[in-house]
Design a protein around this ligand. Structure first.
Ligand SMILES: [Zn+2]
Length: 242
């Protein structure tokens, strides 16, 4: 998947240059625009957003196994995000969180257990999670090499989106400020890195299928099939710019 970046130096010269850059694991992007300017950007999206967006492009390209894999990873990273937010609200220090996270970081079932109980404690209800049929479907694809059909992929993807919406809307209803503080903290850490390398701090936020950092008033349940239609147009632009 590629992310859209505007060149900050062309912008100063009042020229609009947009480049499509391969998504990477870290949030700090070094990129040279098509006019030869060097740029450094902090990409602000959460991992679960980028993984879900990546699944959308995998569907458009016909890679359904890869789409299911990215969607499943997105859900796990969303659960990690929720755990972080809920711990932060209970005044767990970053250092203590990191130490505890090490104990569960290698086993997704432990993370799921932690998520279910933190959520239950906070909201006095059970969080929406995959049921056993949905988990079996995911496992057949990821571990047994099954090729899903388009219809199966869409059904699973819509379910992941619905779970994501249910978890995030609950989280945002009680903890919007904590979520913003998290984003601010991450940005401050990144800006210190910009200082270290003596670069002006620029940020980019890529629109995506989840849009966590958009205003809460525009946060709504997404229909996967409708989103695919919109993404197809963007995808064609990226292909011609590749
Ligand atoms: Zn440029």
């Amino acid at each position: 998947m590629k992310i859209k970046f505007p060149c900050s130096k062309c912008f100063i010269e009042r020229i609009e240059t947009i480049d499509f850059i391969q998504v990477q694991d870290g949030s700090l992007y070094f990129y040279t625009c098509s006019q030869g300017h060097k740029n450094v950007y902090f990409e602000k999206n959460e991992k679960f957003e980028l993984l879900m967006e990546s699944a959308v492009y995998a569907i458009l390209d016909g890679y359904y196994r890869e789409a299911v894999s990215s969607m499943s990873a997105s859900l796990e990273r969303l659960q990690e995000f929720a755990i972080k937010v809920l711990c932060k609200e209970s005044e767990v220090s970053d250092e203590l969180f990191k130490t505890s996270w090490k104990e569960v970081s290698q086993q997704s079932e432990r993370q799921l257990g932690a998520f279910i109980f933190l959520y239950t404690q906070k909201y006095k209800s059970i969080p929406d999670t995959l049921n056993s049929n949905e988990r079996n479907f995911r496992n057949d694809i990821i571990h047994k090499g099954k090729f899903p059909t388009y219809e199966e992929t869409i059904k699973y993807g819509q379910r992941i989106l619905d779970i994501t919406f249910n978890i995030l809307s609950k989280l945002r209803s009680t903890s919007e400020q904590t979520i913003r503080n998290f984003a601010d903290q991450k940005q401050e850490e990144m800006f210190r890195k910009f200082e270290e390398i003596n670069e002006d701090p620029f940020t980019v936020l890529s629109p995506n299928i989840i849009n966590l950092h958009y205003h809460i008033s525009s946060f709504e349940k997404t229909n996967l099939v409708e989103y695919l239609e919109l993404a197809k147009i963007e995808h064609n632009k990226k292909s011609t710019n590749a």
